[in-house]
Design a protein around this ligand. Structure first.
Ligand code: PGA
Length: 255
């Protein structure tokens, strides 16, 4: 059975006191309200300077787990201002987001760079949350499947079976990120099923059945239940709503 996930992507938000307050609230609510063994794996992904403090507050039970939003593809060296995957692992990160559309767009991260970063993350012991997703233009041109198929093939499917087992995929249509426009549960299901088919083709049916595929893009406490109710939607990568403790916890409770 594949794992259910809810990951919070804080992006470039929150100061240290704000992050501490939000994390404490989330931890307390989860402790009081969510004790089911079927509960999803929760991952919190704060910006770099907040990782240690947030990690300290979530503790070492493994759920919630700590994740990062980025790192440099090289292992170490003269890269002023950069952060390595090993450093992230050493401060308690277990996950890292990769291929987010904001990084592809604003920081020109392409498939080649992402391929390198995937290898570096895995070598450092981090599980990548690998994002794919089409723009509105691509969707309207009816090219969504071709586009996502290419992102998977060029960015991800070079991994060995063993490496691929560690990867979580997030489908995040760019037109739904931070816009308040969510993909309908049917649109999400269609793309998730397509991604699973592509995994079966590149690896095998077992790998396809075991891979967690999350939806991201204006997911919130109101629409999470319907989205997570789809057979191929295994959870969410949550931006805006992960910055509000009550909303984030309600999303986690939507399974
Ligand atoms: P959003 O962001 O939930 O604010 O749309 C999702 C994401 O970018 O991961």
């Amino acid at each position: 059975m594949r794992q259910k996930f809810v990951a919070g992507n804080w992006k470039m938000n929150l100061t240290l006191p704000e992050a501490q307050a939000l994390t404490s609230e989330i931890v307390h609510m989860l402790h009081d309200e969510l004790l089911s063994p079927a509960a999803p794996q929760v991952v919190i992904c704060p910006p770099f300077p907040l990782l240690s403090a947030v990690g300290h507050l979530i503790g070492d039970s493994g759920n919630p787990a700590l994740g990062a939003q980025n790192f440099h593809q090289k292992e170490s060296g003269a890269y002023t201002g950069e952060v390595s995957a090993k450093m992230l692992h050493s401060v308690g990160c277990q996950y890292v987001i990769l291929g987010h559309s904001e990084r592809r767009q604003h920081f020109r991260e392409d498939d080649e760079l992402l391929s390198q970063k995937l290898k570096t993350a895995l070598a450092a012991g981090l599980r990548p949350i690998f994002c794919v997703g089409e723009s509105l233009e691509t969707r309207e041109a009816d090219e969504t499947f071709a586009f996502i198929g290419k992102q998977l093939k060029d960015g991800l499917f070079h991994l060995s079976n063993e490496e691929f087992e560690k990867v979580v995929i997030a489908y995040e249509p760019i037109w739904a990120i931070g816009t308040g426009k969510t993909a309908s549960s049917q649109q999400a299901q269609e793309v998730h099923a397509f991604i699973r088919e592509q995994i079966a083709g590149a690896y095998d049916a077992q790998a396809a059945a075991n891979t967690s595929i999350l939806y991201g893009g204006s997911a919130n406490a109101q629409n999470a239940r319907e989205l997570f109710g789809q057979p191929d939607v295994d959870g969410g990568l949550i931006g805006g709503a992960s910055l509000k403790s009550r909303d984030f916890v309600e999303i986690i409770k939507s399974f």
